[in-house]
Ligand binder design. Structure first.
Ligand code: SF4
Length: 165
């Protein structure tokens, strides 16, 4: 992202604008849903993760945060899956208004994907950690096995959806 700035001498130099470091899209959609005025911005890809009570479930959350940090919050937004089941309008609108949707599930039960489909969303990309990253499911909630590898894969998926490929 580039913008022109001037020191006042008349010469405008292009400088690199920093990508947002926060998950801004969620409060932004909350404001919009409430009908409050916001500065319109380009939509990022919405990422939903199952955050299940197993090693792979917890890894969906840890890896999605790392992936969003890698690609930047101008391209990725983490949204609350439970709010979709709860029928919260701000998150529903967030998913609807997003550039695309990525679902990240721990195991073949695919709770994130099914929750989204039940709400009539069709994610452009869906990951299952046990299958796509060959992680064996167990119930050690502190295990962070292959988080970097998962995060890089999810980050690639987000960028593909963002770029429309
Ligand atoms: S997809 Fe698997 S790990 Fe995730 S919430 Fe469902 S059962 Fe748990």
């Amino acid at each position: 992202m580039e913008k022109k700035v001037s020191c006042g001498c008349g010469n405008a130099e292009p400088v690199q604008q920093e990508a947002p470091k926060e998950n801004w899209y969620l409060p932004y959609m909350d404001q919009k849903t409430k009908g409050l005025e916001v500065e319109e911005k380009k939509s990022p890809v919405a990422v939903f993760y199952c955050a299940g009570a197993s090693n792979v479930g917890q890894s969906t959350m840890l890896a999605s945060v790392k992936a969003a940090n890698q690609v930047g919050y101008d391209k990725a937004a983490l949204l609350c899956l439970a709010s979709i089941s709860a029928g919260l309008k701000n998150i529903h609108n967030g998913a609807k208004n997003a550039k695309g949707i990525v679902a990240v599930d721990g195991c073949p039960m695919q709770c994130a994907l099914k929750t989204l489909q039940k709400a009539e969303f069709t994610p452009e990309k869906s990951f299952v950690l046990t299958k796509d990253f060959e992680i064996k499911k167990n119930f050690d909630l502190n295990s962070q096995e292959d988080i970097e590898k998962i995060a890089s894969g999810v980050a690639r998926g987000i960028l593909e959806v963002y770029q429309g490929s």
